[in-house]
Ligand binder design. Structure first.
Ligand code: PLP
Length: 475
């Protein structure tokens, strides 16, 4: 095998550059990235020939050079972050971006963010305004709180609250509520960062009123309740409710802070779920400061929402940390739109994707599963496809024990393995993240929509995902 001949038959750079297809690439993308791709692919080709034993295959590779350059340059200009289809049935999937925002809301946010806006401009008065002003009144109206603001996420809320109310002092919290919220973030560590010291009381399973009372000293600055969002302590347990803590705190002139985690604004019991304490309940019971996530059960953008007594919210607005934790215009605009939906519960459940997915009836998901099954069968794939009952979860550390009866399709490929199928699904232009169980790929339709169904079928068919040799490139 004449390797020198093969090396010589690789087109020179100036020959490639004269090629009409390469010229088109330069026009579409840029000369720099086309040149970079040419060098990259030529080096790959030389390395391939050096190791290659099959002359015919080497010739084919040389012929495919322009095509490879095309693919490499287009990949360079394709954003790495993109939409994926969530077939897991986990509604608030932290790794998949938690709460999806509705296209209608995003359209309105785009109109605001692509130009200038009154983010911090008071149009009535013609002077500087506050970025919270757009949603503060709404939050107060919906929750019954006196004042409100928002920061980057709920971990930031906890830090800001403690830094504002308890820096240099002590905060009392039950040992049953020392939550790790995922990604190794622990409430006790977040609190430490705020400059407040944590006084843990009670035990993992039981904390009594006296435990709080005995721990109050001159140094105490606040009592903290943390909602055990992502775990439950069951069995021989006792906790002190916020209603019991309020009179104790009043007696010592201390604020009660509650980190609710998820921030539910509607009564989920009405939709067949376990009762989750709502933000309104917390405020009604007299909590001084309450914080929760914007992108958990609220179904909005990533944010940490802080509401409560005006005197405390004012202290936080003045804290220097607030500048470092402040939300941007995308969040402010989205938050206002999402909160506005809550003016009517019916609208909220219809127009906020997270709530719509949670409250979708079994009848509806059954219809959807049958539809997806029909669409996939019509695509004539080399796979066995059937409708199966499944269980969706809320995810995102909310209602950890809750399982929602759902439906989906099971897929058993005929020519390739489940592992191979999963890998290919992840490498489609719009990837699908499915669930797997008992050597079957499962797609829960609760977290998918009809556009997803069609897009999935189209990709599976066109890319020959179920054939031994598919058109998907797993690099
Ligand atoms: C999720 C959660 C947080 C953190 O919220 P992020 O918005 O993810 O930062 C804090 N506290 C509790 C109790 C939580 O459940």
């Amino acid at each position: 095998m004449d390797k020198n001949m093969l090396y010589r038959s690789i087109p020179k750079v100036d020959v490639l550059l004269a090629d009409e297809k390469v010229q088109m690439l330069i026009e579409t993308y840029s000369r720099e990235t086309v040149m970079e791709s040419i060098h990259l692919e030529m080096n790959r080709l030389r390395a391939y020939i050096a190791k290659c034993e099959d002359e015919e295959e080497a010739k084919r590779q040389i012929e495919a050079l322009t095509e490879k350059i095309e693919r490499t340059v287009s990949a360079m200009h394709t954003p790495n972050m993109r939409m994926v289809m969530n077939g897991t049935g986990t509604i608030l999937h932290t790794n998949l971006g938690r709460a999806p925002i509705s296209p209608e809301h995003m359209k309105r946010v785009a109109a605001i963010a692509t130009g200038y806006s009154n983010l911090e401009y008071n149009l009535e008065a013609g002077r500087r305004g506050e970025r919270y002003s757009h949603f503060e009144k709404l939050l107060c109206k919906i929750t019954g709180a006196e004042a409100a603001m928002a920061v980057n996420n709920n971990a930031a809320s906890v830090m800001l609250i403690l830094s504002s109310l308890a820096k240099g002092g002590e905060v009392i919290v039950s040992r049953g509520e020392l939550v790790e919220i995922g990604g190794k973030f622990r409430i006790p560590d977040v609190m430490e960062q705020s400059g407040a010291s944590l006084v843990e009381v009670g035990t993992t399973n039981k904390t009594h009123y006296d435990d709080y009372e005995d721990a109050i000293t001159e140094e105490t600055k606040a009592l903290l309740k943390v909602h055990t969002s992502n775990y439950r302590i069951v069995g021989f347990t006792d906790t002190v409710g916020i209603d019991e803590l309020i009179p104790l705190a009043k007696e010592h002139d201390l604020p009660v802070v509650e980190d609710l985690g998820s921030g539910v604004l509607i009564d989920l019991e009405r939709y067949g779920l376990t009762h989750e304490p709502t933000v309104q309940e917390s405020i009604a019971k007299g909590a001084d400061v309450v914080c929760f996530s914007g992108d958990k059960l609220l179904g909005g953008p990533q944010a940490g929402i802080i509401i409560g007594k005006k005197k405390y919210i004012d202290m936080m607005k003045k804290n220097q940390l607030t500048r470092a934790l402040r939300i941007d215009k995308f969040t402010a605009a989205t938050l206002e739109l999402v909160l506005q939906e809550y003016l009517s519960e019916e609208k909220a459940v219809q127009n906020i994707p997270v709530l719509r997915m949670i409250t979708k009836s079994l009848d509806e998901v059954t219809k959807d599963a049958k539809k997806l099954c029909r669409i996939l069968k019509a695509a004539k794939l080399s796979a066995e496809i059937s409708v199966v009952p499944l269980e969706s979860q809320i995810g995102g550390g909310s209602l950890p024990l809750e399982r929602i009866a759902s439906m989906g399709v099971a897929i058993n490929p005929e020519k390739i393995s489940i592992t191979e199928l999963e890998e290919r699904l992840r490498h489609m232009p719009v990837p699908l993240i499915p669930r797997t169980a008992n050597d079957t790929v499962l797609i829960d339709v609760r977290t998918m929509d009809e556009q997803n169904f069609k897009l999935l079928a189209k990709q599976l068919q066109e890319l020959q995902v179920f054939e031994e040799k598919s058109l998907i490139e797993v690099r």
